[in-house]
Design a protein around this ligand. Structure first.
Ligand code: G1P
Length: 298
């Protein structure tokens, strides 16, 4: 790496309405749903911090004030815990406020992921930046952003993360057509299509919610027309950059083979909670035998 901290800004789109989780999300942002005992969004901000991304911009919308409150300090609660001598809880609530500088901007109209990223333009300026989607949690033992930042620095383009999925799953994701590059730990992206039908998918490589983008993406997003679902799609802007030879053109991908948890729909959210709780030292030893008994009795 040419510089110890070549990318420092992270953009986290968090304006989605969370309709898949209604009524739980009627008065609460879906990003605040607890995954074991921590809101989903905190795992994502912590992942960004581990990768040196300490300047976080959350792109929010109406009814998202709980996000700001969560990353803010609560002196009265801290004083109460201190008074009780509950150091462990004090440490845990302070964790959320020590992750970096968190800024907020509102998206206004929910016009799509591409539009949410475009809202970050002035904050980001002319430097590469990361985008982290809150529905995807990456296990802290598996570094994904670190290698992506390295590939961005090496290629000067934009970098996406891919995972192999089954043909039935591909229509829930962006899908990439890729070309291997000899001797490199990353691939070149030749084309991208947002949520294709299985028979139209160019591969089984699904785009997952981590991006390290060249700021050239903003100029492209300015003119990206609404695509799938009538929304301005980041995938469509990246498809244009993949074919561009101009400065900041070219899209590359890191193929992720680590542990990812999806909290974007009810079933995968429940699976993520069970999986992460099973691995926790304080819960796993009791939860796992109970789960085995429970399943055996079904
Ligand atoms: C978004 C992107 C899609 C990507 C997915 C990853 O879709 O548009 O290309 O594969 O995130 O989670 P969403 O899940 O927000 O509909």
């Amino acid at each position: 790496m040419s510089h110890p901290n070549p990318v420092t800004k992270a953009v986290i789109p968090a304006a989605g309405l969370g309709t898949r989780f209604l009524p739980a999300t009627k008065a609460m942002p879906k990003e605040m749903l607890p995954v074991v005992d921590q809101p989903a969004i905190q795992y994502v901000v912590a992942e960004a911090a581990r990768a040196g991304l300490n300047d976080v911009l959350m792109v929010t919308g109406r009814s998202k004030r709980a996000l700001e409150d969560h990353f803010d300090r609560v002196p009265s609660l801290e004083a109460t815990l201190q008074g009780k001598g509950d150091e462990e809880k004090l440490r845990r609530i302070q964790e959320a406020t020590a992750l970096g500088d968190i800024h907020y901007i509102r998206q206004g109209d929910p016009l799509g992921l591409g539009h949410a990223v475009l809202c970050a333009r002035h904050h980001v300026g002319h430097e590469p930046f990361a985008v982290l989607l809150g529905d995807d949690l990456i296990d802290e033992r598996d570094d994904l952003l670190g290698p992506m930042i390295q590939v961005q620095q090496r290629t000067g383009g934009s970098v996406i993360a891919l995972m192999e999925v089954t043909p039935e799953q591909i229509s829930a994701y962006g899908c990439a057509d890729v070309e291997t590059i000899d001797g490199q730990g990353y691939v070149k992206v030749k084309g991208l299509v947002e949520k294709p039908a299985p028979e139209e998918a160019p591969s089984n490589y699904a785009v997952i919610g981590r991006y390290v983008l060249h700021p050239a993406v903003f100029d492209v997003l300015e003119h990206t027309a609404p695509g799938r679902g009538g929304e301005i799609q980041l995938t469509d802007a990246l498809q244009e950059l993949a074919a561009s030879d101009a400065e900041g053109g070219g899209v590359y991908a890191v193929v992720f083979r680590g542990r990812r948890y999806d909290t974007g729909d009810k079933l995968s959210y429940i699976q993520a909670v069970v999986q992460l709780a099973s691995e926790r030292e304080d819960l796993g030893p009791k939860l796992v035998p109970w789960l085995k008994d429970f399943v055996a009795g079904l």
